[in-house]
Design a protein around this ligand. Structure first.
Ligand SMILES: NC(=O)c1ccc[n+]([C@@H]2O[C@H](COP(=O)([O-])OP(=O)(O)OC[C@H]3O[C@@H](n4cnc5c(N)ncnc54)[C@H](OP(=O)(O)O)[C@@H]3O)[C@@H](O)[C@H]2O)c1
Length: 262
């Protein structure tokens, strides 16, 4: 049996995780990426030197399913058939039970929901194990996804909520960025200046939030002096139903994630 970890699918997410593993010190020679697209194989070879890039799966001891959800069960079955005793799937909406059934009894399957900040090593991923998973299987999956960010463990029934909050979440932040750039431009800023102000605003605020021991309410209160400029803006956002809009967005995403999982 071959050694090492084999990725099925070297697209955006697969490549991001592979690059993260190499950055984290995994031996490139122990990583194989199976990728059907010729152009993508060429790109991968340049992106992650030393990693084996092939067009068909080989024997392996562990695997990562990083194809679109429609191909996830087949990929899981293939990895288990080639000797993998552990498989991590990042395919959205495909349940751990279905993945485990596809893999069969010789292989433990962990399901995960990462997000696109994996591309810059700043993902947050949630993982959940199938009934066959031992604690070591979850530790292994956490080590793989830990190479591109932080990892939380949740019961499977909360994966739709995770998808709605952090899986789709980057899009909500980008929408806020779009709206802020547009509003700033409307107030007379040059669009390029508005773009730069907003990008760095989000980076700065995100780092402050991550690194501060205080919660978002405290950080918000600190920039909101009584009767000041920010207070007026927050009042306008609240009056326009900002919190309700976020609540219904997340609820709608949960419903859609549930539908897609059926
Ligand atoms: N992007 C996100 O925000 C996000 C977040 C969480 C989870 N996910 C999950 O991550 C998975 C991958 O997403 P992605 O954005 O990385 O997709 P992607 O860029 O389309 O990557 C998938 C890659 O796998 C290749 N492929 C398809 N079938 C294959 C097979 N049988 N064997 C080997 N390679 C194969 C595809 O080639 P072709 O293009 O030629 O088909 C493509 O290059 C999806 O299941 C998605 O649900 C994504």
């Amino acid at each position: 049996m071959g050694e090492g970890i084999q990725f099925i699918g070297g697209g955006n997410m697969g490549a991001a995780i592979v690059a993260g593993l190499v950055r984290a010190g995994w031996e490139p020679g122990s990583i194989t990426v199976v990728e059907t697209s010729h152009d993508r194989r060429t790109a991968l070879a340049a992106l992650v030197p030393g990693v084996t890039v092939v067009d068909a799966p080989r024997a392996c001891t562990s695997g990562v399913v990083a194809v679109k959800p429609g191909g996830a069960l087949d990929a899981c079955r293939a990895l288990a058939g080639l000797g993998a005793t552990r498989v991590l799937s990042i395919a959205a909406g495909i349940g751990a039970g279905a993945l485990q059934d596809a893999a069969g009894p010789s292989c433990a399957v962990v399901r995960a929901m990462p997000n696109t900040p994996a591309l810059v090593g700043e993902a947050v991923s949630a993982i959940t194990g199938s009934v066959r998973c031992a604690p070591e299987d979850l530790d292994w999956a956490e080590a793989v996804l830990g190479a591109v960010g932080t990892v939380v463990r949740v019961p499977e029934q909360l994966m739709d909520a995770v998808t709605a909050v952090s899986g789709s979440g980057p899009a909500y932040v980008f929408l806020l960025a779009e709206a802020l750039v547009a509003a700033g431009t409307e107030q007379g800023l040059d669009p390029r200046d508005a773009d730069e102000l907003v990008r760095q605003l989000l980076v700065g605020a995100a780092r402050l939030l991550r690194d501060s021991p205080d919660g978002p309410e405290v950080l918000r209160a600190r920039v909101t002096s009584p009767n000041g400029v920010t207070e007026r803006a927050i009042a306008a956002l609240e009056a326009a139903g900002f919190r309700d809009a976020v609540r219904s967005a997340v609820a709608a995403a949960v419903r859609r994630s549930e539908e897609l999982g059926k």
